[in-house]
Design a protein. Structure first.
Lengths: 319, 288, 423
């Protein structure tokens, strides 16, 4: 800062010995800084535009060579074939099956853990368990993939063998189960937050009538927090749809149209990883198919998000 | 009893009659009949929060080196009026000023659009209801103002800090812990620190917004003593809920009601012999 | 007041539901946490044999006991530097804008919706965007710069949210005090808002970084390589010699089998240092490398045919015989150069351009790279039967250690925060 009396705050003095009140300099520094900050914030819009633009432009280039009809209705996905087959159904089925298996684990487990944390667990317990669960979600997904392929699959294979069944080395079941466990912290944490923000008065009303904690939790707290809990579920679904490494490692790299989780399959995300790590030249249709696949994934995610938003609005309780 | 506009006009006429036609000033300063020179004049002030009009056509004088108290029930607009003086409303998006607040002797309109709020705040300071020192050291709290004005040399800053802390009657308690965090002080001490901070820019006027409502009686009386000491060098306007405080401390009192100025006059007159029944009711505690 | 037998039975049943639920909830939580423990234990069990100082100081190799994570580890750190440089300033500035400057209008509403949106984009989509926009459109290549930018934008919402929360915690009274002292908005932000928000912002940044460390999908998508046996060029180290564009390499039939020269018989009288000749194939002298093509030890000789065969594996490079029977080495993409790290004699023999000099301070930014999660992914896919399981597990140990360390420090910081400024 400059010496006394000469800073931007006090431009000299006037006849009464005080600083004049009329606006002196316009303080360019302030305006420049504010613009810089605004650009930083606005960059988020540019990023979204960039994502949408890339997906759409490249997909359009893709659909110049491949037929949209085949894309949507064809059952074979084989970009390496001659001629290549681009039916997205098998990738979509792979994505949906792994997601469903994951949610079969994540939603019940996550919800029960959330209710337990919010309604039953002592504060000390909650304060240890909640961060520990968050630690679980902080583990990189490659590690989960390793675990799925090299621990869960052999374990499941041993289990299946006990009953006379076999399980292939790559299968959607292991990947889905591990993915489910990975998503539990998201669902549990958000649901618990939603339930904790339900006012105690509502609980007390139910308890005063002689309800047990369980009844209060199920019939009062859970419905009241439904909006937040739905948001948690939607987040879990999005997470599962977009998950890449676990499925790429453990579910396989063969696109197959099947709803049997014990089979190998390829998800949209695993496909993208496979192609971009490979040898196909940049301008080829096979390469561009990853953008079309990515666009499909975005649309699916968006559909769930919007659906979730509408659902939340229906269930939003005001208290 | 409902205040009607004709009543207010009558009161205002009486008040301005007592104030407006004073003796011809010698040095070009405005004077009131009591011989007090004026520091500021509020002229037909209006203020809007969005669509809501919080101040309705208020005019009153602020005497120099005197304490003017603003009293009235909750929501009457006294804090709003106070905050017009140092343009604190500029921080809220949806605000609108109307009328003038003329600062003397230069004659600038404090709420004029061509006037820089930063410059206004350099000359008119504020002490808030809940003590709000910065979570920094005592030294840094007081030095903030001088630093903004460009003073950066250690010895100059130290001199300023000492001057302000002495003027706020807190130097002895602080001199050995200037580098300690201000949050370690008690509530009363923190408020005196805030007063010291407000003195750092050598203001012409200090606005006190219910300065003692969060403090205990002993701290309160210390603050009141301080205000009486300070008035010889600065003009003071204080908003208070506590009528005894207003009676103890102020020279002039303005009673506000629902955004309008119900009565204004020397404190003695307002409390002993209010001209307006509403004032009398408020003072005797019948409402508010 | 006594209950009827029916009421008593119902009460017992309802209370039992309560107790069952407590047990169930606790058991499921314990199950999830035990998965965490088992995962880490599995990594340690499988990787402890490989993990160690040699693991961190060796490059990847086709021989599992020799394959290490040196390039991956260094690559992770360098990518994190660029990520932090992208996300932290941008995120803090955006957060300050949204909390201190923005007025409530449609423009700010759009920005806020956007940020919430971006937080939910799957990480592979970020990879696709980076691929199309950065790698190809802006031409930043498959480099540390691209990786850092991508991950930086990916974790940007985390930094923004953390900044906003930290700023929101500052009471309005402090701002009023600052303005009442005559500060401008910029001065208030600089002397009060930013310092008081810093601990919370820092915690958020650490969490963002720990998230970025583990992100694999976007980096694989932009084409980060899985076999990188070199480190990005450190500033002030020697630049390699540029041998020229591959398209210029044509060899007739008799030249094909004539050795260029070997480490022990230098060409043109110039000795080759270090006893090795290593060739890289790259877009240019400082650009990302596709692969170390061949490394000639002291006892080997190198012929164009052998070189061509080794180069053939490199994506984007073709070797073929043209109509005259000449061996041609070509690239169908942009110009690719064959680069030797040491042999000046070779340059004379092949009659091509030079390079040399020292690397600049930022050359590493445009270099090719790999990161620990990708290295782990590569090894996991080669785990069964190829013996890379211990390596994968060791990489996992490294990764988990880095992630948990950052998370732990963030948690620690957060707890220290709660004890410092109490508003």
């Amino acid at each position: 800062m400059s010496n006394a009396g000469r800073s931007a705050n006090s431009p000299g003095t006037n006849r009464s010995g005080h600083t004049p009140l009329k606006r002196g300099r316009l303080r360019w520094g302030e305006k420049v800084f504010e613009t810089l900050l605004m650009l930083a914030a606005a960059s988020s819009v540019l990023i979204t535009v960039g994502i949408v633009a890339v997906l759409i432009v490249e997909s359009m280039a893709f659909f110049e060579d491949a037929s949209l009809r085949e894309f949507l209705t064809g059952a074979t996905w084989a970009p390496g074939f001659d001629p290549p087959a681009f039916g997205i159904r098998s990738l979509v089925s792979g994505t949906l099956v792994t997601t469903t298996v994951a949610l079969f684990v994540a939603i019940p487990v996550g919800t029960i853990v959330a209710v337990w944390l919010s309604e039953y667990a002592k504060p000390k317990v909650r304060e240890t368990v909640k961060p520990a669960l968050e630690l679980l979600s902080a583990i990189p997904t490659v590690v989960f993939g390793y675990f799925a392929l090299l621990f869960v699959t052999p374990a499941l294979q041993w289990l299946f063998a006990r009953f006379g069944f076999s399980l292939p080395g790559f299968n959607m079941l292991s990947a889905g189960l591990v993915m489910g466990v990975m998503i539990v912290p998201y669902i549990a944490s958000l649901s618990e937050d939603a339930m904790r923000s339900v006012p105690t008065a509502l609980r007390e009303g139910a308890l005063a009538m002689g309800a047990t904690k369980f009844q209060t939790a199920m019939k009062v707290v859970f419905p009241a927090a439904l909006s937040g809990i739905t948001a948690a579920y939607i987040l879990g679904i999005s997470r599962a749809l977009g998950e890449t490494m676990i499925v790429a490692i453990a579910a396989g790299q063969e696109a197959k149209f099947t709803f049997d989780p014990t089979e190998q399959a390829q998800t949209i995300t695993a496909f993208i990883v496979q192609i971009s790590g490979g040898d196909l030249p940049h301008e080829s249709t096979g390469y561009r198919s990853i953008f079309a696949a990515g666009l499909t994934l975005m649309i699916m995610t968006l559909a769930f998000n919007v659906g979730g938003f509408l659902l939340r609005r229906r269930y939003k309780e005001t208290y | 009893m409902k205040i009607t506009t004709p009543m207010i006009d009558a009161f205002k006429a009486e008040a301005s009659g007592r104030l407006g036609s004073g003796r011809v000033p010698e040095s070009g300063q405005e004077v009131s009949p009591g011989g007090d020179s004026l520091k500021a004049r509020v002229e037909s002030l209006n203020f809007f929060y969005g669509k809501f009009q919080a101040i309705k056509n208020v005019s009153l004088p602020i005497a120099e080196n005197k304490i003017t108290a603003l009293i009235g029930p909750s929501g009457c607009g006294k804090s709003t009026l106070l905050r017009c003086f140092n343009r604190m409303h500029d921080l809220i998006p949806d605000h609108k000023y109307g009328g003038r607040i003329t600062l003397l002797p230069d004659g600038d309109n404090l709420i004029g659009p061509d006037v820089d709020p930063i410059a206004v705040r350099m000359r008119i300071s504020m002490v808030f209801q809940k003590p709000n020192p910065f979570p920094k050291s005592i030294f840094e709290n007081v030095a903030f103002g001088p630093r903004l004005r460009g003073i950066s040399r250690k010895d100059e800053l130290m001199a300023e800090v000492e001057r302000c802390l002495r003027a706020a009657a807190i130097w002895d308690e602080c001199k050995d812990r200037l580098t300690k965090n201000a949050y370690n002080l008690s509530g009363g001490q923190q408020q005196r620190l805030c007063i010291a901070r407000s003195l750092a820019s050598r203001p012409e006027m200090i606005l006190f917004d219910e300065p003692t409502s969060a403090l205990d009686p002993i701290a309160t009386s210390r603050i009141e003593e301080l205000m009486l000491e300070l008035k010889s060098s600065v003009t003071i306007a204080v908003v208070t809920h506590n009528m005894q405080q207003a009676a103890r401390v102020s020279d002039f009192t303005a009673f506000m009601y629902l955004g309008e100025l119900a009565e204004f006059g020397p404190t003695q007159k307002i409390f002993m012999n209010p001209a307006n029944k509403l004032t009398a009711d408020y003072i005797s505690g019948r409402f508010g | 007041m006594d209950l009827t037998p029916i009421q008593k039975r119902l009460l017992i049943r309802r209370k039992r539901a309560d107790r069952v639920f407590v047990v169930l909830g606790a058991a499921l939580a314990a199950f999830c946490l035990s998965v965490l423990v088992i995962m880490i234990a599995a990594l340690i069990r499988d990787g402890a044999s490989r993990f160690g100082w040699s693991f961190l100081t060796q490059f990847p190799s086709s021989d599992p006991p020799l394959a290490g994570a040196k390039s991956a580890f260094v690559g992770t750190i360098l990518v994190m530097v660029v990520t932090a440089a992208t996300a932290i300033p941008l995120g803090i500035m955006a957060g300050i804008f949204l909390e201190e400057y923005a007025r409530k209008n449609w423009f700010t509403a759009i920005i806020e919706i956007n940020i919430a949106n971006l937080a939910g984009v799957p990480s592979i989509i970020w990879g696709l965007m980076a691929l199309g926009l950065l790698v190809y459109h802006f031409g930043t290549g498959r480099s540390i710069l691209t990786a850092g930018l991508t991950l930086g934008l990916l974790v940007l919402p985390i930094v923004i949210v953390a900044t906003r929360e930290a700023i929101r915690a500052i009471p309005q009274a402090i701002r009023e005090a600052s303005y009442a002292c005559g500060a401008t908005r910029l001065q208030t932000v600089r002397y009060h808002i930013v310092p008081y928000a810093m601990p919370g912002v820092l915690t958020g940044c650490i969490i963002a970084m720990s998230r970025a460390i583990g992100e694999t999908a976007p980096l694989v998508t932009i084409g980060a390589l899985t076999y990188v046996a070199y480190l990005p060029p450190a500033p002030l180290t020697d630049r390699p010699w540029l041998l020229g564009t591959l398209s210029e390499l044509t060899f007739s039939e008799e030249d094909r089998t004539k050795p260029f020269g070997s480490a022990s018989s230098p060409i043109g009288g110039l000795p080759t240092p270090a006893g090795q000749i290593e060739f890289d194939v790259r877009p240019d002298a400082t650009g990302p490398s596709a692969r170390t093509v061949v490394s000639v030890a002291a006892s080997e000789t190198l012929t164009p045919a052998a070189l061509a065969q080794a180069i053939d594996d490199v994506p984007g490079v073709l070797t073929r015989f043209d109509d005259d029977g000449h061996l041609r080495i070509e690239s169908e993409l942009e110009e690719w150069f064959l680069i030797s790290k040491d042999s000046t004699g070779l340059i004379d023999a092949m009659g091509m351009q030079r390079g040399g000099g020292k690397h600049g301070p930022l050359d590493w930014v445009t270099s090719g790279f790999t990161v620990v999660p990708i290295q782990m992914y590569d090894w996991v896919s080669r785990a069964e039967g190829l013996g890379f399981k211990p390596n994968a597990a060791a990489a996992g140990i490294l990764l988990v250690t880095m992630t948990l360390a950052m998370n732990a420090s963030a948690i620690y910081l957060r707890n220290r925060l709660r004890r410092s400024i109490r508003w």
